[in-house]
Design a protein around this ligand. Structure first.
Ligand code: ZN
Length: 369
């Protein structure tokens, strides 16, 4: 089949999504980008009371599918400004303190203004030998925004509760297939969902594309959206670990960049995230095989996706995840392949084409007597 989207369009969409900061709970700007992208293709589109964007493409009534991709990103939040104008902060989501010193940042004030700064650190010249290899904990780090007093910082609009993201542009490198930038987790999932939604033509099932809020801080938006939509099944689109890098033994790669989107089998510590139900797992694998889409099977020993919250909503909603293999997760230089992402669009659309009333009522669940 032919596609309206391609790698370049996918990159353009990703770029629009990464150009705006969207810390968990502060998704205002990205919400408008998502609405603008989905609106022309949706039969209905709305923002729910949690802030999720929900776009509906009506099908011929054979079931309801929810797609979920989170539009929030991990970030930092101002907790205090000292008398010299230096800013102390707390994390929003799972940062490693190792990668924060030396980063340039953008602070978003409570009224939406943006201000630049840097996460400072002691120069090696004055470090004691024992400090050289020490990881500085987040509560000891500070941001310098180029002012000399708290009053000056406040005059710029920085207050307690202002949010902070890394200052990093999304760019294509290598042969142009590889993309690197901040918050590809999970703006690539949102981009794949948007491009998949644009491809929909007379689906048998109603498709609800949900750009969720606050995934990084407890899968919050997906949980309530799933409750109100009450779908027959759901697929989360998110990134996963690709640790195909020096120093990591092959058995710990989880996935590899460039080897195709990953079909989740299990995640979370010892299976506490999701164990994808057989009907969904099987149909995703069959789709990949029949449509000649490269794919990888994914067992992730830590972390999970929106699907983990969706599956436990109401009386249970079978849910799976299609993942984009991504290196350096939760750092400002996350890295992935556009080819993998485009193949994720193909996988999602092939999967949707295979959904019908018979599969929903006799394979996904069934009446026995
Ligand atoms: Zn994510």
């Amino acid at each position: 089949m032919s596609y309206r989207t391609d790698k370049d369009k996918l990159f353009q969409t990703l770029k629009k999504l990464t150009d705006v900061p969207s810390p968990s709970g502060f998704e205002d700007k990205i919400r408008e980008v998502v609405i603008e992208e989905l609106k022309p293709y949706a039969d209905k589109i709305w923002v729910d009371s949690m802030g999720n964007v929900i776009a509906l493409k009506k099908g011929s009534g054979e079931g309801k599918l929810m797609l979920a991709a989170h539009m929030d990103e991990i970030a930092l939040m101002v907790k205090a400004i000292d008398k010299n104008g230096f800013i102390r902060f707390v994390p929003i989501g799972g940062w490693s303190p190792r990668i924060l010193p030396g980063q340039r940042v953008v602070i978003v004030t409570l009224d939406g203004k943006t201000i630049r700064g840097v996460i400072g650190s002691k120069p090696p010249h004055i470090m004691k030998p024992e400090e050289q290899n020490k990881v500085i904990p987040i509560h000891e780090l500070f941001i310098d925004i180029g002012v000399t007093s708290r009053e000056e910082a406040e005059k710029l609009g920085v207050t307690i509760g202002s949010v902070i993201v890394m200052d990093r542009e999304t760019v294509r490198i290598g042969n142009g297939d590889i993309v690197t930038g901040r918050a590809l987790d999970d703006k690539i999932g949102v981009a794949v969902m948007i491009e998949s939604f644009k491809e929909l033509e007379n689906p048998a099932v109603d498709v609800y594309a949900v750009a969720t809020v606050q995934e990084e801080v407890g899968l919050k938006g997906a949980r309530t959206a799933a409750y109100s939509i009450s779908p027959d099944l759901a697929i989360a689109l998110d990134v996963t670990v690709a640790s195909d890098i020096p120093g990591v033994p092959e058995e710990d790669y989880v996935t590899r960049v460039g080897k195709g989107p990953a079909i989740k089998i299990m995640d979370g510590r010892a299976g506490t995230g999701q164990i994808v139900p057989k009907p969904i797992r099987d149909l995703l694998i069959r789709t990949a095989k029949e449509d000649n889409i490269p794919y990888q099977l994914e067992v992730l020993p830590g972390g999970t996706t929106d699907a983990a919250a969706i599956q436990l909503t109401k009386s249970g909603i079978p849910a799976g995840t299609v993942s984009i293999p991504t290196r350096y997760l939760h750092s400002p230089v996350e890295l992935l392949s556009l080819e993998d992402s485009f193949n994720a669009v193909r996988l999602i659309n092939g999967f949707i084409k295979r959904l019908n009333k018979d599969w929903v009522n006799n394979v996904l669940r069934r009446e026995v007597k």
